[in-house]
Design a binder for this molecule. Structure first.
Ligand SMILES: O=c1ccn([C@H]2C[C@H](O)[C@@H](CO)O2)c(=O)[nH]1
Ligand SMILES: [Zn+2]
Length: 131
């Protein structure tokens, strides 16, 4: 689907972010190969490390409904540059996304960056490394 439309859905999902601690709201929108869209927002916790990022919420929502193949992911936050997904999310993404899958990072304005999974996390540890 259109990159800008997906970034807009991520921006709307961001409004649901539960961020009493950081006050930093993030939204994500994930397109499946079957054509569905799963959104996510970051959800924090008084025990800080329990926090889940917007990207992982969107991915886990999809996985928990039987979706395992994905086409595009958008992520948006109120940042100067397009928001970079954290390392934990990159590892989770690499579990489910093909190397050539496109990730769109954006901000609340017009800054955006398209990056592939392979560019986002090169030389990533994968199941096949345990063969
Ligand atoms: O790509 C990112 C980066 C950070 N966060 C969240 C985690 C935490 O709630 C807050 C500050 O790190 O932002 C995300 O959801 N996605
Ligand atoms: Zn993350």
């Amino acid at each position: 689907m259109d990159k800008n439309e997906l970034l807009q859905l991520a921006k709307e999902a961001r409004e649901y972010a539960y961020t009493p601690y950081s006050k930093f709201q993030v939204g994500a929108a994930l397109v499946t190969k079957s054509g569905k869209i799963y959104t996510g927002c970051n959800i924090e916790n008084a025990a800080y490390p329990v926090t889940l990022c917007a990207e992982r919420v969107a991915i886990f929502k999809a996985i928990s409904e039987g979706e395992t193949e994905f086409e595009q992911l958008a992520v948006v936050a109120d940042t100067k540059r397009p928001v970079p997904p954290c390392g934990s999310c990159r590892q989770v993404m690499s579990e489910f996304f093909n190397h050539d899958m496109e990730i769109y990072a954006g901000n609340l304005g017009t800054e955006k960056k398209t990056i592939t999974m392979e560019e986002l996390l090169p030389f990533s540890f994968e199941a096949s490394d345990m063969d």
